[in-house]
Design a protein around this ligand. Structure first.
Ligand SMILES: *Cc1c(COP(=O)(O)O)cnc(C)c1O
Length: 228
């Protein structure tokens, strides 16, 4: 077995035990393989091992890989910060966007979604750690944003995404993810999606109801961003 297939099988074991511990069906947790900085060949390997959903953070990098992998039936998720001048290509080339945090971006994605494609699946990114530097709308701004996004014709609001402040403390991890779940439930919009949990905190996220976990390092190994 290749390393990536080995990594996947170890990851599926982690997901299974976390699901069992939380009394959840493993199939209720979907795996998004986060391939930023990794070559198209790595995505080809993970697809061959049975993964269908791929998450990318950087538009140009994602578009290049999509071209290389056009023969594969992959589902592409955009998970990085979004500038206005990128919305058109994102609306045209992705199935999901997890990182919408303001109305202007949502409006542009809806306007620019090509006719003939299904509505773009959207998660609103919420900042639950309150760090100034992080993307994500504030919990206070979330209800109005969610109502407005619900009304946009070419988007389908699915739920919330969050990247809590990294910590090794399991109780703190769970508290942050519980906040995301409570925010989603508090919206009372029937949203089915919680995109939360990465390589280091997926167990806590699963315990608190994650439906997408976004996993890079545990599948593809450490990222090398090159010398700065
Ligand atoms: C890079 C990234 C991930 C994956 O993180 P790992 O710790 O490598 O699993 C998940 N979500 C987002 C938004 C990311 O940018």
């Amino acid at each position: 077995m290749s390393t990536i297939a080995d990594n996947l099988s170890a990851l599926l074991t982690r997901i299974d035990s976390a699901a069992k511990a939380a009394d959840r069906a493993p199939a209720s947790i979907q795996l998004l393989a986060v391939s930023k900085t990794k070559p198209a060949t790595a995505i080809r390997e993970i697809h061959a091992a049975g993964v269908r959903d791929v998450g990318e953070n950087y538009l140009q990098e994602a578009l290049a890989k999509q071209q290389e992998l056009a023969d594969l039936p992959l589902i592409w998720h955009f998970i990085g910060p979004i500038q206005s001048n990128k919305t058109k290509a994102i609306a045209e080339h992705f199935d999901w966007v997890h990182s919408v945090d303001r109305l202007k971006i949502a409006q542009r994605l809806s306007e620019q979604r090509p006719a003939g494609l299904p509505p773009l699946n959207i998660c609103l990114q919420v900042n639950v750690s309150g760090e100034d530097s992080k993307s994500g709308c504030t919990p206070a701004d979330l209800p109005a944003l969610a109502e407005a996004v619900m009304a946009l014709p070419n988007l389908r609001l699915r739920g919330l995404m969050a990247i809590p402040e990294p910590t090794d403390d399991r109780a703190a991890q769970e508290a942050a993810f519980a906040t995301v779940r409570q925010l989603r439930d508090g919206l009372d919009l029937g949203l089915d999606t919680l995109s939360m949990g990465m390589s280091h905190d997926l167990e806590a996220a699963i315990a608190q109801g994650a439906t997408w976990i976004r996993i890079g390092t545990a599948l593809f190994g450490a990222r090398d961003y090159g010398a700065a």
